[in-house]
Design a protein around this ligand. Sequence first.
Ligand code: NAD
Length: 257
Amino acid sequence: MTLKGKTAVITGSNSGIGLGVARELAKAGADVVLNSFSDRDEDHRLAAEIAAEFGVTARYIQADMSSAEACRALIEQSGACDILINNAGIQHVAPIDEFPTEKWDAIIAINMSSVFHTTAAALPKMRAAGWGRVINIASAHGLTASPYKSAYVAAKHGVVGMTKSVALETAQEPITCNAICPGYVLTPLVEAQIPATMEKYNMGREEVIKKVMLERQPSREFATVEQLGGTAIYLASDAAAQVTGTTISVDGGWTAL
Ligand code: NAD
């Protein structure tokens, strides 16, 4: 599968899943646009490294996905946008009666409303190009719930619902819209939680991973960013031209429980 000639815009891609998916798409030949809210030398360096490693065009564009204007400006500044990967996301965990309103607002804006704004701005470009793929990184929490994650679960269910609407609006065009629903993925964010959890439960690394972190993931293995990139490449392929409005779980069996 080659994505040569396609441009992929990946929101929230200076770390974790977004960066991993961007690297896999670049490896498959796509030009990529990286994004986050920061504007550091290292952000631009990430893009330069991808360009050098895979021989594609790679740029970093600063845009805060909590702002409607910035979401739309990102797509405008990207030029072509054949593949849109809506990935930016944050988390906050608290009982609903103690959940700070500003955290609710931020999670809904970054994890859900940004998908609305970037998709609205990208579809005209995909129509003009005669081809397009919208791939939303939702979550197992887009299909099931956990306590204390009201905003995250609401936002991710919202993304799954929006995915279906956009798929129906584009069903008769060469454009598809799908959501990938990862279970636990070993990103730097998750890796950073391991030492404290080891201390809290007085367990070794493997025990913490299998018994505490992956308690809900029947495979007891993390999903990897490379597997998510591979899933995105499949959704971008001709084989997936009739796959639209659906979710693909990459969760080691979590949602089969
Ligand atoms: P991460 O923290 O490594 O990545 C989040 C990315 O979003 C970062 O690049 C961050 O800079 C960016 N971001 C945050 N706020 C932003 C803003 N206002 N504007 C622009 N960018 C912003 O975490 P991750 O685990 O890679 O998560 C990526 C996505 O995958 C999220 O949507 C998350 O909900 C989803 N997800 C993660 C897991 C997991 O286990 N790691 C599981 C299911 C779903």
